[in-house]
Structure formats: structure tokens, C-alpha cells
Design a binder for this molecule. Structure first.
Ligand code: DGP
Length: 114
């Protein structure tokens, strides 16, 4: 049995506020937004993180990044700017072990990295 939260969201077993969806990728609003726009972009297929993602095709990974850019466009962030963040592992405080990109925007970010 798959107990992954984001797999359940991708399967529609747990509701989410969807922003974008295609056959491979889902984007939905973060439950605890850190910015006026905070959208999570995930592969529908379970991939635990960036190391696990080495087993994925270049096309699948590119699709994830293209979806993040598409979300930024849909959320009107292209002119103002946006940040794409992906936490991997304990030191990065990854809390959901299903690969995801955070698309953040709608306010000026502080700092450049951490
Ligand atoms: P990270 O800490 O990088 O693994 O990010 C996980 C994000 O997932 C965090 O910003 C909060 C969000 N999150 C956790 N549970 C849920 C949920 O049930 N629904 C939604 N939409 N987001 C969730």
C-alpha cells in the first residue's frame, strides 16, 4: 500500500486546489503558503526526491520544469518574478518524500538562497 500523501493527492483521494494538470504532472496550491502564490508541482508517478529522480527520463524531468514555468505564467508571475525551490532530504527539511517543486511569488523574496 502506498502511504505517500502526494500520491494520494495525485490520485484524487485527497482533495487539492489544482492549478495545472496533464497526464504526468499535477500542480496544486500549498496548504501552508509561504507567499501570495505558493504552488507545488509534482510528477504523478512516485519519485521520492532528486536522487531517486536519476531513474527518470530526461523528458519526464523537463516536463516537471516546464510545468513550473507554465504555473508561473498562469499565476502572472513572469514580470514580477518568482522562485522555484525543491527541498531534498533532512538537511533541506523535505517533509513530503515525493519529488516536488515549490513555485513561490507575489512578494519580494528575502535573501537569495536559504
Ligand atoms: P517540503 O517541506 O519541501 O517537503 O514541502 C512540502 C509541502 O507540502 C509543504 O510546504 C506543505 C505542503 N503540504 C503538506 N501537506 C499538504 C496537503 O495535504 N495538501 C497540500 N496542498 N499541501 C500540503
Amino acid at each position: 500500500m502506498n502511504d505517500c500523501l502526494f500520491c494520494k493527492i495525485a490520485a484524487g483521494e485527497i482533495p487539492s486546489d489544482k492549478v495545472y494538470e496533464d497526464e504526468d504532472v499535477l500542480a496544486f496550491r500549498d496548504i501552508a503558503p509561504q507567499a501570495p502564490v505558493h504552488v507545488l508541482v509534482i510528477p504523478k508517478k512516485h519519485v521520492s526526491g532528486w536522487y531517486d529522480a536519476q531513474g527518470e527520463s530526461d523528458a519526464a524531468l523537463a516536463k516537471l520544469m516546464r510545468a513550473a514555468a507554465a504555473v508561473a505564467k498562469m499565476e502572472n508571475l513572469v514580470e514580477s518574478g518568482f522562485r522555484v525551490v525543491s527541498n531534498c532530504g533532512p538537511d533541506a527539511q523535505q517533509s513530503v518524500l515525493h519529488l516536488h517543486l515549490h513555485v513561490l511569488g507575489g512578494r519580494a523574496m528575502s535573501g537569495t538562497m536559504v
